[in-house]
Design a protein around this ligand. Structure first.
Ligand code: PHE
Length: 346
């Protein structure tokens, strides 16, 4: 067999050998076998000097072609193995986007917060701004500036938690009225003040030592009791339904004069009388009145120039009526079974 044929055969054998290779280690070994010092090409090269110039030329050419062929076969195999490796990695690291995700237990907005948000929406829609104040108040703002001087008997109803002789947990959101009046320096006001209040009350189904109020204050020129009645009626209808009526009963608050207790016709029976309204057809919902002149004066307003009204409502009471909740303590105990009941409400 001629050397040329030897080389052609070597190329074929090398190709076949590379084709059988399964991994990079085997590939490296085959490379050494065919292109290394002990390979067929090296042997032929070593034998070159025994050949004639003519033969050398021919063998040189053929061995170059063979060497190139073997290198190409090696490169092709290396690429094939590399591609395989990358594809395996891609396959392994693939994210299956069709896989079902984790389900998280979704919470709900607390019925009290929902009630506050609904009420805020209602009032903002009527042009009110939201005003807030501190829960740790001073005796001055919580009582004195609301016409409840020290020793006033009406303080009894609003006994609260004292930090010292002057600082206390506010028993009503009314101090925000006085604070806002001082800020506005005699100018018209239309605000609601939502927030937490505290009282020295024993907890039961309808009382809590901590609850939420929303207070409203409207001050301007020529505001009368008729404006108050109109405002209360629209609030009652927005909150409890367009068919509601209201009834004002004389009452007493030191900071309003005259003062009224506001009843709303029972939303459950429409006013006919049922257990919810204790057979009366009416439910007491708000306290209200025309702002007392003394309160206006104490906060720098001239009652001859500017008058107005205030009202206060218990948020828990509204939520209890709206959702038919019979125990105020349900709002605070964070029983998930209770909270879950409000999932479908919205
Ligand atoms: N602040 C009063 C209370 O807590 C409620 C109220 C507010 C009454 C405004 C009249 C006007 O009892």
């Amino acid at each position: 067999m001629s050397m040329k044929e030897d080389l052609e055969r070597a190329l074929e054998d090398a190709k076949a050998a590379f084709a059988r290779v399964k991994d990079k280690i085997e590939l490296a070994n085959e490379k050494a076998n065919w292109l290394g010092k002990k390979g067929p090409l090296a042997a032929i090269m070593a034998n070159m000097r025994n050949l004639t110039a003519e033969e050398r030329k021919e063998v040189g050419q053929v061995s170059n072609i063979t060497k190139q062929g073997i290198s190409d076969a090696y490169d092709a195999k290396l690429k094939e193995l590399n591609d395989k490796e990358i594809n395996a990695r891609i396959e392994q690291e693939k994210i299956d986007i069709t896989m079902p995700g984790y389900t998280f237990k979704k919470g709900t907005i607390h019925p009290l917060m929902q009630t506050i948000e609904d009420m805020e929406d209602l009032f903002i829609g009527q042009g009110y701004e939201i005003a807030e104040g501190p829960e740790i108040e001073t005796d001055t703002y919580c009582f004195e500036k609301l016409n409840l001087p020290k020793g006033h008997p009406a303080r009894d109803m609003q006994d609260t938690f004292y930090i010292d002789a002057e600082r206390l947990l506010r028993s009503q959101t009314s101090p925000v009225q006085a604070r806002t009046m001082e800020l506005k320096e005699g100018k018209p006001i239309k605000i609601i003040c939502p927030g937490k209040v505290y009282r020295r009350d024993a907890d039961d189904a309808t009382h809590s030592h901590q609850f939420m109020q929303m207070e409203g204050l409207v001050l301007g020129k020529n505001i009368t009791m008729a404006d108050l009645k109109g405002a209360l009626l629209s609030i009652a209808r927005k909150m409890f339904g367009e068919e509601r009526e209201i009834r004002l009963r004389p009452s007493y608050f030191p900071f309003t004069e005259p003062s009224v207790e506001v009843d709303v016709s029972c939303a459950r029976c429409g006013g006919k009388g049922c257990p919810t309204c204790k057979g009366t057809g009416w439910i007491e919902v708000l306290g209200a009145g025309m702002v007392n002149n003394r309160v206006l004066e104490m906060s720098g307003y001239d009652p001859k120039e500017i008058q107005g009204f205030a009202f206060g409502v218990g948020v828990e009471r509204v939520a209890m009526l709206k959702y038919g909740i019979d125990d105020i303590r349900n709002f605070y105990t964070n029983d998930i079974r209770f909270l879950d009941e409000f999932k479908e409400e919205r």
